[in-house]
Write a protein that binds this ligand. Structure first.
Ligand code: TA6
Length: 302
């Protein structure tokens, strides 16, 4: 259990960087600067909130998210690592890996300027995680909080053999109404349709939402744009080190089965995930590292 007083003594900055114990006694850090406000849980180094100054929150957090040690928090930016989805062979291993349910230590906090705060977190695997993943692959997350939000997930292979990882920054975006938004940038991309037996299909035009949507777009390296006329907002999702883009909305029936989705909660969120999943899993050679990066920017819509 992180020592909040020690964190504030070492990294806190009055009115700018404040550590606290939030719901479920989970440690959080609130960041306020001229450009934005954000909150990050130390469990999972999970961004829970980001709002550029004067703008509505960009990141969605379920109103009934459950906060408990070792339980994934519904919303924000969960880190899926070192595997995406169910473990390839072990059904008892946690879905989406263990990064999002593990403690991450704060390594550094830096105010670059009055408008940008940079934080560095390092994953501290539990004994259980070491059993699930017996590889020397330390993970770090760099977060920049400003008028843009950027994250970079770094995996280093300190072992003597190649290691295959799949991963995602599983970002939940807040939208006015998922039935009226669309995603640009995936036209012509092949995708695995997890709602239709995993068939591979080809995207035609913008991605729109009228039912449960769960797709892994492959060989997808370009920028995506989430257009939300209801919020008069365009969200740009630029990424590096990512070959897959996952698009997800659970819709009515699936979300109704989740205790951390309010009824109709699915209407106000959509996941656009910078990932390396399925055929795009990444092999990290001994002594090498892999960097998965995203930059989110909100723009007005005239
Ligand atoms: O990214 C989409 C997905 O893989 C869906 O299949 C769904 O399982 C979602 O992630 C949420 O997973 P979670 O384990 O957070 O409930």
């Amino acid at each position: 259990m992180p020592d909040i007083d020690a964190l504030n003594t070492r990294f806190g900055v009055t009115d700018r960087v404040t550590f606290a114990r939030g719901p479920g006694a989970l440690a959080t850090v609130d960041i306020t600067n001229v450009s934005a406000q954000a909150r990050i849980a130390l469990q999972g180094a999970q961004v829970l909130h980001w709002a550029p100054a004067g703008a509505a929150p960009v990141i969605w957090l379920s109103p009934t998210a459950k906060f408990a040690e070792g339980r994934a928090i519904r919303g924000g930016i969960p880190i899926c690592w070192p595997w995406f989805g169910p473990h390839p062979s072990e059904t008892t291993y946690p879905a989406h890996g263990f990064a999002r349910i593990s403690h991450w230590e704060v390594v550094a906090v830096e105010s670059i300027s009055d408008g940008e705060t940079r934080l560095l977190f390092r994953l501290i695997p539990s004994d259980a995680a070491r059993a699930w993943w017996p590889h020397a692959t330390p993970a770090e997350l760099h977060v920049n909080i400003g008028k843009r939000l950027s994250l970079e997930l770094v995996t280093k292979n300190l072992g003597v053999a190649p290691v295959v990882i799949s991963q995602a920054l599983h970002t939940y975006f807040s939208v006015s109404d998922v039935r009226s938004v669309h995603v640009l940038g995936l036209d012509g991309s092949p995708y695995i349709d997890k709602v239709d037996g995993g068939k591979t299909k080809l995207q035609k035009g913008p991605v729109t939402f009228s039912a449960e949507t769960d797709r892994i777009y492959l060989n997808s390296i370009g920028e995506n744009i989430l257009v939300d006329r209801g919020l008069k907002r365009r969200l740009r999702v630029a990424k590096t080190g990512s070959s897959s883009t996952v698009i997800w909305n659970p819709w009515i029936q699936k979300s109704a089965k989740m205790d951390d989705f309010v009824e109709s909660g699915y209407v106000n969120m959509v996941c656009i995930e910078a990932a390396n999943a399925a055929d795009d899993a990444v092999t990290v050679a001994p002594g090498e590292e892999h960097r998965l990066g995203v930059v989110y920017a909100a723009e007005g819509l005239t």
